[in-house]
Every structure is written in C-alpha cells, then in structure tokens.
Design a protein around this ligand. Structure first.
Ligand SMILES: [Zn+2]
Ligand SMILES: [Zn+2]
Ligand SMILES: [Zn+2]
Length: 450
C-alpha cells in the first residue's frame, strides 16, 4: 500500500511538474511603437497615426486591437495648387510683374500646371523712369542769384529741380515804370516780381524785346470802354517763362443784329510785328465770353510790315477766342504758325476777314505743324474762318500736324463764293475738318481720325 502510494505521489508530482513547465511559455505581448500622423505635402506623402511592433505587425490603436496592413496609413501627396497672380504694368511709382503662380508650399511657377518652377521675384518688372514735363520757374533768378526751375512728373507728383542762372545781358525790372522803360529801350527784359499794369506796354517798330517773365506774372485789368491791350507789338517781341494775363472790364459786346464790335480788348495785340511765344509762356485773356477779346490778336499788317505770330510752346488761353487772325488787306500777309504748345478757347483760332467787299481778298496764312488745339466744351469750333463778304481767295491754311480736340475745324463761315485753300497733310482730328458751302451745305475736307 505504501509503495503504491509512493508511485502515485511521484506521478502526481511529475504531472504537477509538467504543468508548471507549460505555464512558463507565455503568449507574445506586442510592444507597440507609436508612429505619429504626418500631413501629406504637395510633393511628399503623409500618413495617419499607426502603431508597429517588432513582431512585424501593425495596428491602428495603442491596444493592438485592430491590426492593419503595412502601408495602409499612407496619404497621397496633394500636388501643387498654384494661385495665379495677374501681370501688372510697372509705373514710375510701383514695380510691375509678369504673370506667375504661387503655391502654398512656397514654390513659384511660370504656369498654371506647375510645370516650370521659377525663383521668387523673378517676375518683378522694375519701376519706369519718371517722365518730366517741360518745367516751370518756381523761383526767379536775380541779376546776382540763381533761380529754380521745377519739373513735375506727368504720371506722379515726383518733382526735380535745376538752377536757373541769372539772365546774362537781361535788364531785371521790378516795377511797371521800369518795365515800360525797358520795353522802350529794347533787349532782354526780366521780371523780378509780379507786375500789375493799367496801361498798354509797347514794342515800337524796329525794336526787339525778349520778355523773360522769370516765373512771374504780368497782369492787367482795363476799365476803359475801348480798345485795349496789355502788350502791343509793332516790332519783334518774344515771350517766355511766365504768365501774361489781362481782363477787359467793359468789352465790346455789339455782336449780331446790334452791329459788330468795333474794338477788341486783348492780352497781346500784334500789328505789323513779329510775335513769338516760347515754351513756358502762358498768354491768357480772362474777359468773359461775349466780348471781342482775344489772348492774341494778330491784326492786319501795318506800317509797311506784315503781322506774324509764331507759337513754339506754352499755353494760349481765352474764355472766348484764343488767337484771332484778323485780315483785311492783301497788301500784308497775316501769318500765324503753330509749332507746339496748347491753344484753348471757345475757339482756339478764328480767321476773321473783316470787310464786306467781295472784290477784296485779304491775305491770311495759317500753318499748323504741331501743338494741341481745343475748345473748352465739346462740339465747338477749334478753328473757324469767317468773312463778312470779303473773298477767301487769298486765305491759305496748311495743317501738317497737331492735335485738334473737342470740336470741328471749319472753314467758309459767312460763305460768299470764294473758298480758302486748305491743305491737310497730317494731324489728329477728333472731329471732321469741313467747309461751309452755299445753301447750308457742307463739304468734308478731312475726316475725323481720333
Ligand atoms: Zn508583436
Ligand atoms: Zn506646392
Ligand atoms: Zn513719376
């Protein structure tokens, strides 16, 4: 009995021992490593968060509950999403750019498909240069000190300046009395300040005066009820670098059925002289429309000489007519030549034959090579010729250039049969060039081309 019991005991113990051994082989416990989620970029793949174990398995969760296959966490690269930047023209104040595309990833492309990558700022177009006007004298010189001329960009407020040297040989004047005396003597007359005049200032036949306004203004207001002119030229007068302006308080308004005006109140009357307006000059007449009053009145020849006006620049401006070409005789050519500058009025130019005798054909010549002529308001008459009855047979107009705005160029006003000789070789016309004919007919000489 005892022996048997021993064997049983042994067997039991051995069995227990086997069981204990089997308990040492534990199942594999995953040791998970977390792989952080990574956002995909334009060019690189990303991934969702996942866990991996040394055993080669992958899981969605930290508890190794949901096994996933290798690579299932990959998110595709997004590709570039280029945003278009429109091309922009450079100005003198801002750089411009060619068209380009930008992606949020920081890369830039020439094309919407992001095929051609470009460097940042490779699209930049440098600023344009400033384009300066012809400049005005903002501080006049004196006989001993320099003045200042200021140029302003025509596209922005940028300015630049340069010195204006004293006018060599110029007589500097600072009063009306000194101005009148200097005109009588002739030569170059330079204003040292603004001057107000209540009288006509004349250049006599045979005298030559250059009026350098030196940035200042010569002005006059006339209260007489007759002919007036602030400047009167029978000699040779050149005006530059400042303003001449006049106002007639009692202009002759006898137009229409009440009769024609018998006198004119002008800023400059040129009679048998040579008048030249240079760049920088402003010749203005402020007299109200309705009066016979002109910024420049080129009167018929006088005293053995024709009247000639040359406009090489500047501004000729009037509420009514800016320049009148007033012809009454064929003995003297009444000559007007526009090479540059701006002429603006209710009419820029009026060619006026003053007589009523059809057997008389006063001589007038107008040559326009450049400049800008315009009306204050649209559909006016930029150039207008009118006769009370004199023949236009000796009136010649040649247009080789220039810009004509806001109104027609019209010939043959008061048509009596003879027509002007009009030649248009070139020019920019906002409205037609035409001629009035009998019976209210018109004839187009040159068609609008602007
Ligand atoms: Zn594992
Ligand atoms: Zn991108
Ligand atoms: Zn500019």
């Amino acid at each position: 009995m005892k022996r048997t019991a021993k064997i049983l005991t042994f067997t039991l113990l051995a069995g227990m021992s086997v069981m204990a051994f089997a308990g040492c082989e534990k199942p594999h416990e995953h040791a998970l490593t977390k792989n952080e989620a990574k956002t995909a970029t334009c060019t690189e793949v990303g991934n969702t968060e996942y866990y991996s174990c040394e055993c080669g398995k992958f899981f969605e969760d930290a508890e190794a509950v949901t096994e996933i296959t290798s690579g299932s966490w990959v998110t595709e690269a997004t590709g570039h999403t280029p945003v278009k930047y429109e091309a922009k023209t450079a100005t003198c104040t801002e750089v411009g750019n060619t068209e380009y595309y930008s992606c949020a990833c920081g890369k830039f492309f020439e094309d919407a498909e992001a095929v051609t990558e470009i460097e940042a700022d490779s699209w930049v177009i440098e600023k344009e240069e400033h384009v300066y006007d012809k400049g005005v004298i903002t501080t006049g010189s004196t006989a001993t000190t320099n003045g200042v001329k200021t140029y302003t960009c025509i596209n922005c407020p940028q300015t630049k300046t340069e010195d204006v040297l004293p006018v060599v040989g110029g007589v500097y004047v600072n009063s009306l009395e000194a101005l009148v005396t200097a005109f009588a003597n002739g030569g170059t007359v330079v204003l040292e300040n603004n001057i107000v005049s209540n009288q006509r200032i004349s250049v006599a036949k045979g005298k030559e005066v250059v009026l350098d306004l030196n940035g200042y203004t010569l002005s006059g207001a006339f209260n007489n009820q007759g002919t007036s002119a602030l400047l009167y030229n029978e000699g040779t007068l050149t005006v530059k670098n400042g303003k001449v302006v006049s106002l007639a308080q009692y202009p002759d308004v006898d137009w229409g059925e009440e009769g024609f005006p018998t006198y004119a109140s002008n800023t400059i009357t040129n009679r048998g002289g040579v008048l030249t307006i240079e760049e920088g000059a402003i010749i203005e007449n402020e007299t109200n429309v309705g009066g016979a009053s002109y910024a420049i009145d080129n009167q018929y020849g006088w005293n053995g000489a024709p009247s000639k006006v040359f406009v090489n620049g500047g501004l000729i401006k009037a509420k009514d007519v800016a320049i009148r070409v007033c012809a009454s005789t064929k003995d003297y050519d009444n000559y007007l030549e526009i090479n540059d500058g701006t002429i603006v009025g209710k009419r820029a130019i009026w060619i006026h034959l003053t007589g009523s005798d059809a057997s008389v054909a006063p001589k007038a010549t107008v040559v326009i090579n450049g400049g800008t002529l315009s009306c204050h308001t649209a559909e006016g008459l930029v150039i207008y010729s009118y006769s009370y009855g004199n023949s236009f047979a000796n009136t010649n107009v040649t247009i080789n250039g220039g810009t004509f705005l806001n109104g027609w160029v019209a010939f043959g006003g008061g048509y009596t049969g003879d027509t002007e000789t009009v030649t248009v070789n070139s020019g920019v016309f906002e409205y037609d060039v035409f001629r009035y004919l009998a019976n209210d007919q018109t004839e187009i000489i040159f068609s609008a081309n602007k």
